[in-house]
Design a binder for this molecule. Structure first.
Ligand code: MN3
Length: 244
């Protein structure tokens, strides 16, 4: 191999290497979320896989936001939750639901960490399932329950939107189940209605990390877009299963 050919070969190899490095980011836009997306976080809790591709909710929720939200933010809650419970092996075998249902039973040293990171893990695990490509409208029994509690589905959407819009700073808007009754409520930070004895049927993350890349400060536009990807069937299944 002469010198010029050799240099050319090195250049070509370097270029090919660069292209390979860039490839996963490009393909991540269209392929399902890789199972190994989470940083290695040892402990009892694991990051659930997104139930659809990062770009599945486009154009309403953008792929880049979904990727960062799931792979970075949710993964960080899982890692920090594992870190917190590592010191308390007996306690660490509890389910996340049991921990959040009774925060007073959580060792005081890690109570805030479990409330924030455990809440973050629980809320986001449900949030991914509360959305789906194509969205739709509530059906049958669940639609009837919404009508009974809020007058109409449109009336429910208006009230929920208003509640989500008014949250000061970071938090969540929820449709919750309180016995048989449906309620709209909000929580700050990663607090979850489960800690107050209510089951969530539907939730909307209004932390800026959920919408800032695409919508910047325009939370109202994000909420409007979100209604197009609501997984009503998931909420209906929870309603049927959890109502008492
Ligand atoms: Mn979030």
């Amino acid at each position: 191999m002469n010198e010029i050919t050799r240099r050319q070969a090195i250049k070509t190899a370097a270029f090919a290497g660069a292209a390979l490095t860039a490839a996963p980011t490009l393909f991540a836009q269209t392929n399902p979320a890789p199972i190994t997306a989470a940083p290695a976080a040892s402990g009892p809790f694991t990051l659930p896989k997104l139930p659809y591709a990062y770009d599945a909710l486009e154009p309403h929720i953008d792929a880049r936001t979904m990727e960062i939200h799931h792979d970075k933010h949710h993964a960080a809650y899982v890692a920090n939750l594992n870190k917190a419970v590592a010191e308390f092996p007996d306690f660490a075998s509890k389910s996340i639901e049991d921990m959040l249902k009774d925060l007073n039973a959580v060792p005081e040293k890690i109570r805030t960490a479990v409330r924030n990171n455990g809440g973050g893990h629980y809320n986001h695990s449900l949030f991914w399932q509360m959305m789906k490509p194509g969205g739709g409208e509530p059906k049958a029994e669940f639609a009837a329950a919404i009508e009974q509690n809020f007058g109409s589905v449109a009336g429910f959407k208006t009230k929920f939107t208003e509640a989500a819009s008014k949250i000061f700073g970071s938090g969540w808007a929820w449709l919750t189940l309180d016995g048989k009754e449906l309620k709209i409520e909000t929580t700050p930070n990663q607090d979850t209605p489960l800690s107050a004895g209510r089951q969530v049927l539907l939730g909307l993350d209004v932390w800026e990390h959920a919408y800032y890349l695409k919508f910047q400060n325009k939370r109202a536009d994000y909420i409007t877009a979100w209604w197009n990807v609501v997984n009503w069937d998931f909420a209906a299944e929870r309603h049927a299963k959890l109502k008492t």
